[in-house]
Write a protein that binds this ligand. Sequence first.
Ligand SMILES: [Zn+2]
Length: 136
Amino acid sequence: MSTKYQKTESFNRLIEINEEIENLVSEADRIIRNDFKFEYNRASSYWIGHINSALGLNDRAICSMDNSINSIKKYLDEEEYTYSELVEFAIWLESRNGCSRYATDYEESIWVCDQCEEVDVDPDEHDHEDEDEWED
Ligand SMILES: [Zn+2]
């Protein structure tokens, strides 16, 4: 089973694939429309239209690629990172108060505690579990 970090990378690749298909179909559409007009009506009514529907570019598909992408996105948003996968796979950004911040995506990052191995902590508010025990 993949970790959330690996699944997020797979998800990003899925989005790239979606964009590539969209670009290629749009290019094919343009080529046929410009240079092979005699075939355009049939092509755009059938295979070009079907692929665009399957991608979710119109509202005709019961489940489009776009629907799947949104469903996977929702699933990933609810899934949590584990401490060990972040340390292993994510890019370290900074450390403060025994905690480290890791980049999980192009624009997202998450703080973890290196002492408690806890995920999603606030480095300025976080109290280490071990310190509480020492104080007693
Ligand atoms: Zn801690």
